[in-house]
Unconditional design. Sequence first.
Length: 364
Amino acid sequence: MAVFDRIKYTGNSNESHWLIYKYPSDQLVLGSQLVVSQGQEALLFKGGEALDLFGPGTYTLTTGNLPILNKLVNLPFGGTPPFSAEIYFVNKTVNLDMKWGTSTPIPIEDPKYGLILNIGARGQYGMSIKNSRLFVSNIIGAIPNSSQKNHLLILRFFNGLINAKIKSITADYMIKKQVSFLEISQYLAELSDSFKEKLDDEFERFGIDLKNFYCISIAPSPEEYEKLREYKEELALGSKFYQQRRSLDIIEKLAENHSIDINSGKNEKNFNCFSDITHAASVQSLICSHCGAQNNTSMKFCGECGRELIKQRLCPYCGAAVSENIKFCGECGSSLITVECSTCGFINKGGSKFCGSCGQKIKV
């Protein structure tokens, strides 16, 4: 049986972020020296229970400075009999350069525009071990025994803890603030505070004092960001843009039918059908000419900006929004005069002699 007279851990220059180190042997003897460096604590652990704790200094292990272990195993007085116990060295220094980041994109709905985006986030945090007993007890249960000396795996464990909370914290914050991912960079400091507030309790469960927590970046992929930006621009043009685009879609569909020649004015009935479709689309709502907001046709004033609403319809030739009482389209110059059939009430193109719906002669 090997006897270790001097028990210590000086750290590894390649492991600046080490948090916990398990001494290789659990076979100890009374009279051995335990050396605890500055910024460390040493904890004896046996049977799943955290026992005697030592701060910085040099100690000769005796029954006098091992009261909890002595009570547990009843160490014999005098001599140097061997006993078994695990010794963990804990790094108590403050580390302000702990990196975190999402391992895979997190799907979150943009609360302002309703699009589901795959979000990536990264940042850094500062921490220190506040309660060594609590830390060692929880880490031993969470990290496999073979990995307890692998500090990178322990750091990955805490990154997993952070990732598990990022989605809910981000979603709750953005819904509460009604902030889009297009403008989230302005709120990173406030979002970081929200992260820290919610993660404080999670880290405290492991005996860790979370000094600070920063979110450096949180955003969708460049492709999804561009998609969101375009969607915002489209919405900014308002429903007026949508109606114009819709009317142009109708023109394209009609133009695909070779029996229709819109420019020549042939096929009067089909033209009148087109005119009726675009007119129906235009009167479903009133578009405010000042702010572009969509309003009910019965409203006289805009519900968004309060300006007086001017009734508009769509030009059957180019789809541009035009005022209700003008005779020619200001966009393409086409005549907007129509004539109603007295027999069936169908709206026909101005100058029509026969109704495109019922075929009866139009009475002027």
